[in-house]
Design a protein around this ligand. Structure first.
Ligand code: BGC
Length: 366
């Protein structure tokens, strides 16, 4: 289905540009007073060329293990297959750089922009793009003023994380009502962080859990480690579980738990190699798997329908009214890691390194 759409888009773009070129040639052969029309036709060709250009900005290269190794190649593949020229840049955790990249992309020309917000920098870029008539898709993270939003269902992601804590404590034979749980979350400047936390709280509150300590939100793994060390001291080392917003933060937290000889349920997200390894080793209860290819293909399909003048399919609406295409995340415990491998989103070579090899064998990953 999608393959056909992509091919159609490619050929229709080609034929429109070809027609414009033929029109330009024909006009060029006519009388001198057609000069204006010739210019118009030539600029139409230029418009067609930029209409086929997708401009993408990624937020950073280190907050998760996803943007560069996961989303970049998946987006590149999905958009190129759809017949777009693709310009993917990374703001490298810098809001000023985010704005500069956007200005450069917009002056070169974009048919559509797919932005992954970095600390609110996407808002003014979306305004600029829209003022130039360029549709904006907020990719993975919400952006006020974007035309559309495509992401995994963030509240469901959070609910899965809360469930990991509930199930992990039950498996450890601990009473959730009295358990000492550290709550942590992502960067509050990322609209996703509140949705993850709300989802998690909906499950934790209902199960009778409460926070022994609440950490400041961040997507910086190193900072998460420092904040967790402070939390650990604040609760005098009594930790029964840790609500962690993603695998990257979880890894820093687990390193400190390890150092203190503790193994407790920790949540995560992204099905990163390090996260899956921690799950296999029993140091992280589970992770939330959000296949990049699914999100990238959904983003590309959304871009295509907008450019065709169609209304793209959405199934939710954000609080600010932005139409939202919410995709289904998958909770992955040790028994399901093999499914991520089978789907091609993790390799045996990367996962089953020396200290993880025995766990791989135990869970049928070979
Ligand atoms: C994404 C997560 C990611 C985090 C840090 C969130 O907006 O949805 O997948 O781990 O940002 O980059």
């Amino acid at each position: 289905m999608e393959g056909t759409e992509f091919t159609m888009k490619k050929s229709s773009l080609f034929s429109i540009s070809a027609l414009a070129a033929v029109a330009a040639l024909t006009l060029a052969g006519c009388a001198a007073d057609t000069a204006t029309e010739t210019t118009e036709a030539a600029s139409e060709t230029a418009v067609e060329a930029t209409a086929g250009r997708a401009c993408v900005i990624l937020p950073d290269a280190d907050s998760g293990t996803r943007w560069e190794p996961g989303d970049r190649p998946a987006l590149e593949k999905a958009l190129t297959a759809a017949g777009y020229e693709v310009d993917i840049q990374n703001a490298q955790s810098d809001t000023a750089k985010f704005a500069t990249i956007a200005d450069q992309q917009l002056s070169k020309g974009c048919g559509v922009m797919l932005l992954v917000d970095y600390q609110g920098a996407g808002i003014s870029v979306a305004e600029k793009a829209k003022a130039q008539g360029i549709p904006v898709i907020a990719y993975d993270r919400p952006i006020a003023g974007a035309d559309y939003y495509v992401s995994f269902d963030n509240e469901v992601v959070g609910a899965m994380q809360g469930q990991m804590i509930v199930d992990g404590l039950a498996a450890a034979g601990k009473d959730i009502a009295t358990a000492s749980i550290i709550y942590s979350s992502g960067d509050p400047a990322d609209g996703n962080a509140a949705m993850f936390l709300n989802g998690a709280l909906s499950v934790l509150d209902a199960a009778g859990a409460s926070a022994a300590f609440t950490m400041e939100g961040t997507w910086d793994g190193t900072k998460a480690g420092t904040l967790f060390e402070q939390a650990f001291t604040a609760v005098s080392g009594k930790v029964d579980a840790v609500l962690a917003p993603n695998d990257n933060n979880a890894a820093s937290i687990i390193a400190i738990l390890d150092k203190n000889g503790l193994t407790v349920p920790v949540s995560g997200q992204d099905a990163s190699i390090a996260g899956l390894q921690n799950v296999l080793l029993g140091k992280q209860y589970a992770t939330v798997y959000k296949p990049f290819t699914i999100e990238a293909e959904a983003g590309a399909a959304m871009a295509i329908s907008i450019l065709k003048g169609e209304v793209p399919a959405t199934n939710k609406t954000l609080e600010d009214g932005t139409p939202f295409l919410a995709l289904d995340p998958i909770s992955v415990g040790a028994d399901q890691v093999k499914d991520v491998v089978a789907a091609g989103d993790a390799t045996v070579e990367a996962l089953c390194t020396a200290d993880v090899a025995a766990a791989c064998a135990k869970y049928g990953i070979n």
